[in-house]
Design a protein around this ligand. Structure first.
Ligand code: ADP
Length: 159
């Protein structure tokens, strides 16, 4: 059984992330989308909020598990019995960082391979940070995020 881990911050999950995840589910038997708990990075949503929003956004996908983890991604992948790390690529600007990360991971464990997927052009420019910026300035984010994220953020804003 080919199991892939799709790790990331997902702060919040976007339609770009979902597009990569969806393609991943067509290639692999199971994809575990996992929120990385990173105390260094200042986050917008808590890990629990992010996990819950992902769960609500992936209900239509059968072979997806939603989780969170702490520590090295490669160790988490081993614990889950995964052979693949799934990552998305948008522009050339993502490439250098992603290449370094994947080479560091394969130096730590040569058994686990990173697979990169490219999103549809219409999702290419979407990043969680752009979405936060648009949302915090009162813009419409419905085109960029799944419905549960938009609903949750709008509700939270009114509280
Ligand atoms: P991280 O903090 O690990 O970069 P992100 O949530 O920002 O976490 O991204 C997780 C993965 O999804 C990364 O591989 C990133 O390049 C990819 N990604 C983010 N947005 C998009 C998008 N719009 N299209 C394709 N891949 C994306």
């Amino acid at each position: 059984m080919k199991i892939a881990i799709y790790p990331g911050s997902f702060d919040p999950i976007t339609k770009g992330h979902l597009d990569v995840l969806h393609t991943g589910t067509e290639i692999f038997d199971k994809v575990i989308i996992a929120v990385a708990k990173n105390s260094e990075k200042k986050s917008f949503l808590t890990v629990d909020e992010r996990v819950n929003l992902i769960k609500e956004s992936v209900q239509h996908l059968e072979n997806v598990e939603v989780d969170s983890f702490e520590g090295l991604t490669i160790e988490y992948a081993k614990r889950k019995g995964a052979q693949i790390l799934l990552r998305g690529l948008r522009a050339v600007s993502d490439f250098e960082y992603e290449m370094q990360l994947s080479q560091a991971n394969s130096a730590l464990s040569s058994d686990i391979k990173t697979v990169f997927l490219i999103t549809k052009p219409k999702y290419n420019f979407i990043s969680s940070s752009t979405i936060k910026e648009i949302f915090l300035n009162g813009g419409d984010i419905s085109k960029f995020v799944p419905a549960p994220v938009e609903e949750y953020l709008n509700k939270r804003n009114k509280c």
